[in-house]
Design a protein around this ligand. Structure first.
Ligand SMILES: [Zn+2]
Length: 243
């Protein structure tokens, strides 16, 4: 491997740093993608529609059972009324007192049947209303699912684009690391990158300040930096300074 000129080492390190900074800003963008927020919102809408639908279906089912039971009771009552009416017309009961008691019983049972039939009609009406609500909620759920599907699709696309970009920058960065041909220097760089909040390589600012910690260098340090061929590091923050 051809050894890199010392002046190139600084430039390459600086370029590697720029690429790593780009990668971390792309990662931040991934975390705050608007599509992610939209997707979470549609997931909540779909869940709430599912919960509403299941509550309505439960209510409908219970009411249908209740109405079914009432229908059964009505049938029994009607049979009872028919039996009593039969007693009146069959001529088996002759006693006037007994006859009027049967008539009173029939009146009472008919009134009861009227009440129950009214209740039944109200219930049937409620069932119709609930069925309509269930239909509406089903439609709402379907459209929520569709919105969720679209949001998922567009988020995946946004994400894939950024991840592709990151992967290509990583490749460029790794190639440059190879070109440096100095695993130890790469290791130092990586450790600094981790320890120093993502900034390992900086330039001198205003000709006398460290671009990382802003400390002002002495004349001697600046002279050394300008004439040094190898890697120069800030004595205070330990970052790599390049020209
Ligand atoms: Zn510094």
């Amino acid at each position: 491997m051809v050894e890199m000129r010392p002046s190139m080492i600084g430039e390459t390190l600086y370029r590697i740093q720029q690429l790593d900074s780009e990668i971390s800003s792309l990662r931040l963008r991934i975390d705050s993608l608007p599509g992610k927020h939209r997707l979470e919102e549609t997931e909540r809408e779909r869940q709430s529609a599912e919960e509403n639908l299941s509550a309505l279906e439960k209510e409908l089912h219970e009411l249908e059972l209740k109405q079914d039971k009432l229908d059964g009771e009505l049938e029994i009552l009607s049979e009872k009324i028919a039996t009593e009416e039969n007693k009146l017309v069959s001529g088996t009961v002759m006693n006037p007192k007994e006859l009027s008691a049967i008539q009173a019983e029939i009146l009472y049972l008919r009134r009861k049947r009227d009440e129950m039939e009214t209740e039944d009609l109200i219930m049937l009406d409620e069932i119709d209303n609930l069925k309509e609500k269930v239909m509406e909620e089903k439609a709402r759920l379907e459209s929520a699912k569709e919105r969720e599907r679209l949001a998922k699709e567009s988020y995946k696309k946004e994400l894939a684009e950024l991840e592709q970009k990151i992967a290509s920058i990583q490749r460029e960065r790794d190639d440059l690391k190879e070109e440096l041909g100095d695993p130890e220097l790469v290791e130092t760089y990586e450790k600094l990158l981790k320890d120093k909040g993502g900034i390992a390589v900086v330039k001198m600012e205003g000709g006398r300040n460290c671009g990382g910690c802003r400390i002002e260098f002495t004349r001697t340090q600046i002279d050394r930096f300008q004439h040094e061929e190898g890697i120069f590091r800030c004595e205070y923050c330990r970052r790599i300074l390049v020209k």
